[in-house]
Design a protein around this ligand. Structure first.
Ligand code: HEM
Length: 417
């Protein structure tokens, strides 16, 4: 017999979601002592799920589909309309192979080296200032590097505006009101820009290197041999440049972690690769970025005795799974060495989604993310000395995505001698 899913019995919980943010799902799975509960969000019924078993179910393509799961408000800000995030089946796998082909070990190393050199080049400017905000510096620097790597010409005088547009798209995710509308304006402006770059490449007015994201997106053909229209190519090229820029958030958290756990400086100073890897993973597990993911039930099924009806919206709790005590001992403690005992499962460490990225929607950019954070840590420890003045380092959990309030201020930056 089918069991009853714990139920919020609410007319609509959207306001509570906005108030509790990252903790919304976790607060309730903790209260119900269950890994799922039913609620209503944005006027529709939804079941929220959390934990390793839930991740395994969520990434079963027989059970779930993405088409129809991403609200239009998120497509018009964060992802772009009809982007890879909304595809299923063969069409998704074919397009995913393109993304993965752009993000292998060579691209990861290339980008990390580019970022490391770009940080170094900023030092003389910073030495002339009393203080800098690390998040602001990171987003600008990463936007420049992402465009250069992708092959997209970025005039220097436009760099600040474009970096802000990519960040506005990301920070529109959980927002209503002005922050949401800023995201829409940013997307429209960036799509106009990148669409014209795609058109120029196709017309031979801009040269694009073979294998570069620009060239590959401009000339990609789907499984039926149809080329993207310029708009779709722009949306997917932005799906490469925007998330590289967004690594600024993790770099800011990594600097905070370094400040709060100074023993990690020794690992970075000594080039202790294993500990640096663990530290970077712990930054990605511990600090909040993506809160949850959505999918719709493809065909009715039963899970652990609970009914999941066709068309039901299901939200997977990324934040709560990364802090699930059944997976992580003392989950609220920042402890990089925990990764010594980690089983390497594709289903329990999910800051960028779960399962196999080649077979499902897991982020193809994890290698790039990990390498860029590590290169930035190396810079912060081995290239400069700085002070961390008194500032508001609190991380509000009711803002999705979030950030340390101050953006992490560095003072009296000096090149290391
Ligand atoms: C998908 C997070 C960096 C490109 C995703 C997903 C998450 C995520 C949660 C969704 C997984 C799912 O739907 O199951 C992040 C975070 C990053 C990051 C927190 C750090 C800033 C990157 C980078 C790139 C990238 C650097 C590319 C250079 C993508 C793409 C998808 C994706 C194209 C869609 C994949 C698909 O639908 O199959 N990412 N990501 N991401 N990410 Fe990332």
């Amino acid at each position: 017999m089918a069991g009853q899913i714990p139920n919020e019995k609410t007319i609509d919980d959207t306001i509570d979601l906005m108030k509790e943010g990252y903790l919304y799902i976790k607060n309730r799975t903790d209260d119900y002592h269950a890994n799922l509960f039913e609620t209503r969000l944005l006027g529709q019924k939804a079941v929220c799920i959390s934990g390793e078993e839930a991740v395994k179910m969520f990434y079963d393509p027989e059970k779930f589909k993405r088409n129809g799961a991403v609200p239009k408000r998120v497509q018009k800000t964060l992802f772009g309309e009809n982007a890879i995030q909304t595809l299923d089946g063969k069409e998704h796998l074919h397009r995913k192979a393109l993304f993965l082909s752009l993000m292998g070990p060579d691209a990861q190393q290339h980008l990390a080296q580019m970022v490391r050199a770009a940080w170094e080049a900023r030092i003389p400017k910073w030495e002339q200032k009393d203080r800098i905000v690390l998040f602001d510096e990171a987003k600008l620097l990463l936007c420049r590097c992402a465009c250069k790597w992708a092959g997209v010409p970025l005039p220097e005088e436009e760099a600040e505006k474009r970096a802000q547009e990519f960040i506005d798209m990301v920070y529109a995710f959980g927002a209503v009101g002005p922050r949401h509308w800023k995201g829409r304006t940013a997307r429209n402006s960036a799509e106009d820009w990148i669409r014209s770059v795609i058109e120029d490449v196709r017309a031979g007015k801009i040269e694009a290197k073979d294998g570069s994201p620009l060239k590959e997106m401009a000339f990609y053909e789907d499984a039926q041999g149809r080329r993207f229209n310029a708009q779709m190519a722009a949306v997917e090229l932005i799906n490469v440049i925007r998330p590289v820029t967004a690594i600024a958030t993790f770099i800011t958290f990594a600097a905070l972690a370094l400040f709060e756990h100074p023993r990690a400086r020794d690992w970075v100073q000594n080039g202790d690769k294993q500990h640096i890897d663990w530290f970077t993973r712990e930054v990605r597990r511990f600090y909040p970025f993506g809160p949850f993911l959505g999918a719709k039930v493809r065909k009715s099924f039963t899970w652990n005795g609970y009914p999941f009806d066709e068309g039901l919206l299901v939200l997977l709790d990324m934040y709560g799974t990364n802090r699930d005590p059944a997976i992580w001992g003392d989950p609220d403690v920042f402890r990089p060495e925990r990764f010594r005992d980690w089983d390497g499962s594709l289903y329990n460490f999910i800051p960028q989604g779960g399962a196999d990225p080649a077979k499902g929607h897991r982020c193809p950019g994890e290698g790039i993310t990990q390498e860029i954070i590590e290169a930035s840590l190396d810079f912060l420890v081995n290239a400069i000395d700085y002070d961390v003045p008194a500032q508001d380092l609190s991380v509000p959990l009711n803002k999705m995505p979030t950030l340390p309030e101050s953006g992490f201020i560095l003072q009296h930056v000096k090149k290391k001698t």
